[in-house]
Ligand binder design. Structure first.
Ligand code: SAH
Length: 500
């Protein structure tokens, strides 16, 4: 996962922030004064149309052997989509406090005026906090010396609900006049619905520590995706671009084509979003997720949405599928949405044993997707039907791909050893098969003849045989020629069957 992608909050590194200004003070092409130092937006110098073309071309190139790619689903307003904003703070020598992002690979904070992709209200709240620090005598943490209280601020917003969570990450649990600080913040921004103090007293570059203390409100926010409600706590994973996430999930649902009768697997389910969205249209949904905290959130979300037909398991998706295959579970549709590194042969081997009708593969890593499709193709059981692209991360190089695979008909993939002559179905040949000719010759003449001899005689008699039928594999290869006695017997058979 990347800074734009789906890393988990608790594992998120504090260096990975993305702030971009639109003001263009520096005269660089992007109009973002810190784009080079921040490094979050790789395509900041390109127009949005150019970005979409580059992403499409990259995926088309990688997936060309598997199928054609539909037109990319771009974002109508590709700005301020990030529902999660992190800020670091630093004292300047003159006593002024900076709020912004770390310059890549350093502990220097870059001040951020405005950012092209982050939620605007969140940026305003960061600015308000910066202003309040001095009056509340709150010191900011120094990563090098380890002194100071406020390490980071994380703000998460619910796009559909309008709820706002502010997480104040402190180096110590002792936070003088914290309730008053929270009050002052809410007064300045009444949209804030909850404030949480997160204590991170470790020498780490991770943003969040393990302990949370609620200072105001419920300690979490909720948001809606595709009509379902999801709980977002400080550490929960949640897609950063909810507008495009809905389009991504809608595409996945369209591909799954559920009728209400299906048993569905949501592998790598995170907080259960895909499975919960699918649950209204399926008989049963089985979600599996490795990260225990995410699986717990998924269970909460299942209850929150009163989904009686969804069960969540925590564990490795590959091993879980092995178990399902051993148990002979009936599965109709498999969604998989693995991390950037993709899935495993173990997973796909078991999917092939479970033999669902459709597989819907959602990927944020086109390279690993191409690798996995190659593996699946080698099993000759599924074929790619459709490929869609959804841009969840404008201004960056990242993109989501959805692939629909359907099970091939048994005849298409069961490896049947056909002798070439059996494929030789010309009009004359259709009158008697090679087997019938052989039977006749054996019965009437007491001779065993091969397919090769029959074809040689047929050719001599001017009967068309399949184009490649029994032709020598190379110019100088020699084939045995049909002896005279057998030739006579075969001719008799051809006459008998009315072929000459
Ligand atoms: N489908 C979810 C989350 C996708 S992110 C959504 O759209 O929000 C990928 C998820 O795969 C993460 O939650 C990660 O914790 C999980 N994961 C990573 N490796 C895994 C494994 N081996 N087995 C199961 N889940 C895994």
């Amino acid at each position: 996962m990347t800074k734009q992608g789906r890393y988990k909050q608790s594992g998120e590194q504090s260096k990975k922030h993305v702030h971009v200004s639109e003001n263009g003070h520096t005269g660089n092409k992007s109009g973002c004064p810190i784009s080079k130092k921040c490094g979050g937006c790789q395509y900041i110098d390109k127009s949005y149309a150019e970005q979409l073309k580059i992403k499409t071309d990259q995926v088309k190139k990688l997936l060309a052997p598997y199928g054609s790619v539909d037109e990319i689903i771009g974002m109508k307003e590709p700005y301020h989509y990030r529902n999660k904003v992190n800020a670091a703070f630093q004292h300047k020598r003159n006593g002024e406090i900076l709020a912004g992002v770390y310059e890549e690979g350093t502990h220097r904070v870059l001040s951020v005026d405005d950012c092209k992709i982050e939620n605007r209200l969140a940026q305003e709240i960061v600015e308000t906090i910066r202003g309040l620090l001095r009056s509340f005598k709150i010191t900011v943490y120094n990563e090098d010396s380890g002194y100071g209280l406020l390490r980071h601020v994380m703000i998460r917003t619910g796009h559909a609900t309008g709820e706002v969570m502010v997480v104040l990450v402190t180096a110590s649990p002792i936070f003088p006049s914290k309730k008053n600080f929270a009050k002052a913040l809410v007064k300045a921004h009444p949209q804030i619905t909850t404030i949480v103090q997160n204590i991170n007293d470790k020498d780490t570059s991770m943003v969040l520590g393990e302990r949370n203390q609620v200072l105001y409100g419920r300690g979490f926010i909720e948001d809606k995706l595709c009509g379902k409600t999801f709980k977002i706590s400080p550490t929960s994973f949640y897609q950063v671009n909810p507008v495009q996430t809905e389009l991504l999930y809608n595409k996945a649902m369209e591909y799954a084509n559920l009728t209400g009768e299906e048993v569905v697997v949501d592998a790598y389910c995170g907080t259960g979003t895909i499975g919960i969205v699918a649950s209204d249209h399926a008989k049963q949904v089985i979600g599996v997720e490795l990260n225990k905290a995410a699986a717990k959130d998924a269970i909460t979300n299942v209850k929150r949405n009163e989904c009686k037909n969804v069960r969540i398991y925590d564990g490795d998706a590959g091993k879980f599928m092995v178990g399902m295959a051993e148990a002979g579970t009936d599965v109709d549709v498999v969604f998989l949405d693995p991390p950037r590194s993709g899935s495993t042969p173990e997973f796909f081997d078991s999917v092939c044993k479970l033999a669902p009708k459709r597989i819907v593969y959602i990927s944020c890593g086109p390279e690993s997707l191409a690798r996995d499709l190659k593996y699946l193709k080698s099993k000759r059981m599924y074929q790619v039907e459709k490929i869609a692209l959804v841009d969840l991360f404008p201004w960056t190089e990242h993109c989501e791909t959805v692939v629909l695979l359907s099970q091939r008909k048994a005849d298409d993939y069961v490896e049947v050893e056909l002798e070439l002559d059996e494929l030789d179905v010309t009009s004359a040949e259709s009158k008697a098969t090679y087997a019938e000719i052989k039977d006749y010759v054996l019965k009437e003449h007491g001779l065993k003849v091969s397919n090769l001899y029959i074809s040689q005689v047929k050719r001599k008699c001017g009967i068309e045989v399949g184009e490649n039928y029994n032709l020598p594999k190379s110019e100088d290869s020699r084939q045995p020629q049909c002896p005279e006695e057998k030739e006579k017997a075969i001719k008799d058979a051809l006459e008998h069957f009315g072929m000459i």
